[in-house]
Design a protein around this ligand. Structure first.
Ligand code: PEP
Ligand code: MN
Length: 373
């Protein structure tokens, strides 16, 4: 059972004191308090664990500070929507708000290579009004002899350049607990010129020890990618590992499934699952069209498959786009063939806006239909 308290409940108040005193007196039931800082308000949720079947919903709702009571199903206990259509969840990081209604673009380098390329990328983002990016420093590679990323050595200049160009969040994959510490130290050393969203890649979706580490820390939000060869349910449970350790700032990313049935795409594009994840959980949903499609191939209409896939995800309500760009794709050390060029950024953003407007119109349409019936 989850008790959702009135927004901005003061934990020093007498009312709150009464509530926790009552919860402490319950036999065979423990509770955990979690806070989520949104753009305008702080939400508090209290998770009751144990023998909660005998608790009456009406009575729990009548307790001081309680606004709402949700009886949870076993699946996705914390992240789940539990059949509640109206179950708000949003978080803010570095002044940017994430929820199931917003949309943010994270265009950037699959892998950091030269400082010049990082700077050209960030300059293009700024010129196009973008404040988020992706930058891979730790690269999980299939072949041990392939470029593995510059690791912690590149972090100071990446963070400083981000600060110079007003980048507020860098999405960066981590493959080991020590990488979180290295990111932390580099941010401290450079005076926090930017923020970092930790990315758990598809190869590590079920690396439970890594998930627990990313879930235990509260400094950075986490983007977890769907596992490429496991069920959606298994990937959502992986996300629940992060939440069960305390972190509530989690975004779930679709990046395609590994099967030859998706050929000639690199992976089988799975963006029809955007609304499914919205329905099952409260997480914002990201799409990664670059790793799904894996090329710059175009259809006869002139649009690249990457752009078609992006539009399909956005028109289905995606909340974040993680996409590979490079100033000179031929020189990229990782995934050059799927990278878009910087001169394509304004075109890409305009195309996204068309799909986004169409999505918002679709929502308006269904809402007006609901209002009239
Ligand atoms: C990436 O985003 O750089 C990446 C390696 O993606 P994935 O984990 O989806 O393969
Ligand atoms: Mn890549």
């Amino acid at each position: 059972m989850i008790l959702i308290l009135e927004a901005n409940t003061d934990q020093e108040s007498a009312q709150y004191g009464l509530l926790v005193r009552y919860l402490s007196s319950l036999i065979n039931i423990t509770y955990e308090v979690r806070h989520i800082q949104g753009a305008n308000q702080r939400l508090t949720e209290i998770y009751l664990l144990g023998d909660t079947k005998s608790l009456s919903m009406e009575f729990m709702r009548s307790l001081p500070c309680v606004q709402r009571v949700v009886r949870v199903q076993e699946a996705y206990r914390i992240l789940g929507r539990h059949g509640q259509e109206d179950f708000p969840h949003q978080f803010e990081y570095n002044k940017i708000t994430f929820d199931q209604t917003s949309l943010h673009v994270f265009a950037g380098l699959c892998a950091v290579d030269t400082p010049e390329h990082v700077e050209l990328m960030m300059k293009a983002l700024k010129e196009n009004g973008q404040v988020c990016t992706r930058m891979g420093a730790y690269k999980p590679r299939t072949n041990p002899y392939s470029f593995q990323g510059h690791g912690k050595d590149c972090l100071p200049h990446v963070f400083e350049l981000a600060g110079k160009y007003g980048i507020q969040i860098i999405c960066m994959e981590v493959t080991h607990e020590s990488h979180i510490q290295e990111i932390h130290e580099a941010l401290e050393a450079t005076g926090h010129p930017t923020g970092v969203m930790l990315q758990i890649g598809t190869r590590n979706t079920q690396n439970f020890e890594l998930l627990k580490c990313a879930g235990r820390q509260d400094d950075y939000p986490v983007l977890i990618k769907r596992g490429f060869g496991i069920t959606l349910n298994e990937s959502l449970n992986a996300a629940e590992y992060l939440a069960s350790e305390g972190n509530r700032r989690i975004i779930f990313a679709l990046r395609g499934m590994k099967t030859n049935l998706g050929d000639p795409h690199r992976n089988f594009v799975d963006f029809t699952h955007v609304p499914v994840v919205h329905r099952l959980t409260r997480m914002p949903v990201c799409i990664d069209p670059s790793h799904s499609v894996g090329s710059r191939q175009k259809s006869p209409d002139g649009l690249m498959d990457v752009m078609h896939a992006t539009a399909q995800g956005v028109i289905a309500g995606a909340n974040m786009i993680l996409v590979d760009f490079h100033p000179n794709p031929a020189k990229a050390l990782v995934d050059g063939p799927q990278a878009l060029r910087l001169d394509e950024l304004p075109f890409f953003l305009e195309d996204i806006q068309i799909a986004r407007d169409a999505y918002l119109k679709r929502v308006e349409l269904v809402q007006s239909r609901q209002a009239s019936t």
